[in-house]
Design a binder for this molecule. Sequence first.
Ligand SMILES: Nc1nc2c(ncn2[C@@H]2O[C@H](COP(=O)(O)OP(=O)(O)OP(=O)(O)O)[C@@H](O)[C@H]2O)c(=O)[nH]1
Ligand SMILES: [Mg+2]
Length: 315
Amino acid sequence: MSLADKILSGDIRAAARLMRDIDDGVASAVEELKLIYPHTGHAYVIGITGPPGAGKSTLVDQLTAGYRAQNKRVGVVAIDPTSPFTGGAILGDRIRMNRHADDEGVFIRSLATRGHLGGLSRSTADVVNVLDALGMDVIIIETVGVGQDEVEIVSTAHTTIVVMVPGLGDDIQAIKAGILEIGDLFVVNKADRDGADRTSRELSTMLEMNRYQAGEWRPQVLMVEAQRNRGIDELLQGIARHRHHMEESGELRHFVEEKRARHFLELLKERLFMEVSNHIQVNGRFRSIMAGLTSGETNPYTAVESVLSERLRRD
Ligand SMILES: Nc1nc2c(ncn2[C@@H]2O[C@H](COP(=O)(O)OP(=O)(O)OP(=O)(O)O)[C@@H](O)[C@H]2O)c(=O)[nH]1
Ligand SMILES: [Mg+2]
């Protein structure tokens, strides 16, 4: 039985194995991914992003419990930025989501940013496909921050939730351009803290400045206390409403088509880069190009053109 067959029959260990192979860049993983691909596209994908420590993992844990209560199987992908500033995130996630560790209906996977040459959103898509083929009804992706990478990762999700905390004040102004566009739902978490009302009002005001067309989704702001499980039902309802909107308006179909195109282009980009960079690793080619650039014998434009024409020569 292939790994793919096992995964399709719901074998969690086979799924874990394939995800490891994807991480390690094992060649056979691609063959398995090809086999599971026709069986994907059933899971609903939710992206959760926000600043470090906003309570994303706590929220994911509560949402997971909520979906389990509805008898839905839940996959979680926690992206670990492996940066010196947020080191230890994975450990924290493990502890916070620990209560689901023995639940066969929950699969939690961490993905490290390190080592992915700009291909993190692609490998996230691969892992999501494995979870999808495994039969997960809902897949939640947790990622820190709101930078470009995160926007890309989150663009894998059907519904995106941006988590904020009270007292960000001017920070909201500073990052609004990025976050206002990506959030379908905004959560002001740690609503037990001072200033939650104000943060929520400010967010709503900024969102209202957008011009929405008739029938367009209007992002909602929800106050939540993830730690004490308050506001989670409302959030689950908000997600369900957004999902309904996506399905009814035809946006979901459009989104899935775009996602497919993006996944293909990412793969193509990665494979092309690998082909060419492997080519210049041999025979000291890279070093000689560098020497040529230093001495002024060549320039980066010409160097790229010659490497490409050597490698992609049609013969
Ligand atoms: N006061 C308060 N604290 C909370 C709440 N929700 C979570 N926390 C705490 O906030 C801290 C960070 O929570 P996490 O869930 O790890 O936050 P995160 O956003 O996943 O953090 P990173 O993944 O490291 O970016 C923990 O100590 C939580 O217990 C809340 O509703 N109120
Ligand atoms: Mg976390």
